[in-house]
Design a protein around this ligand. Structure first.
Ligand SMILES: Nc1ncnc2c1ncn2[C@@H]1O[C@H](COP(=O)(O)OP(=O)(O)OP(=O)(O)O)[C@@H](O)[C@H]1O
Ligand SMILES: [Mg+2]
Length: 123
């Protein structure tokens, strides 16, 4: 199992979510975060004052999947998140030791992603 962690622009999230849903990966978490990349800061002028923003708002996606599914997830994120401009974001792939579905006590890969009977149930 792996966790795909991506820091992306806000506007990239919805197309990524839609495509992942269509591919059978409805289960993910997002957080609104602030971060910096290698440019460190962006300097803007506001009412005569020079203001440097060191942190930019991003959406963080966390998606735990079977290892075999990582390329499909990463490909989806890369295609929708890339504009070609600086600040498009980053994708990281982390190992996951174990997973448990709390409701049933199941563990392992069967706890991940789509279940045929719950496609329209609340999260
Ligand atoms: N090494 C990192 N560790 C954790 N988060 C990171 C890392 N690099 C980037 N991020 C997150 O990703 C966001 C976007 O990074 P960004 O796209 O600016 O990366 P970059 O390496 O500067 O590439 P680019 O030159 O295309 O801007 C950052 O604001 C931060 O939230
Ligand atoms: Mg950057």
């Amino acid at each position: 199992m792996k966790m795909v962690v991506a820091y992306i622009r806000h506007e990239a999230f919805e197309p990524i979510r839609m495509e992942l849903l269509g591919l059978g990966f409805p289960s993910l978490s997002i957080t609104e975060v602030k971060g910096s990349g290698r440019q460190k800061g962006i300097t803007e002028h506001y009412r005569g004052a020079e203001i440097t923003n060191y942190l930019r708002p991003k959406v963080k996606i966390e998606c735990v999947v079977e290892t075999k599914d990582v390329p499909a997830i990463v490909d989806t994120i890369l295609r929708h998140a890339r504009t070609g401009s600086i600040g498009d974001g980053k994708v990281f792939v982390l190992p996951v030791e174990e997973a448990y579905r709390i409701r049933t006590g199941e563990s392992g890969e069967e706890t991940l992603q789509a279940h045929p009977d719950t496609s329209n149930a609340p999260a």
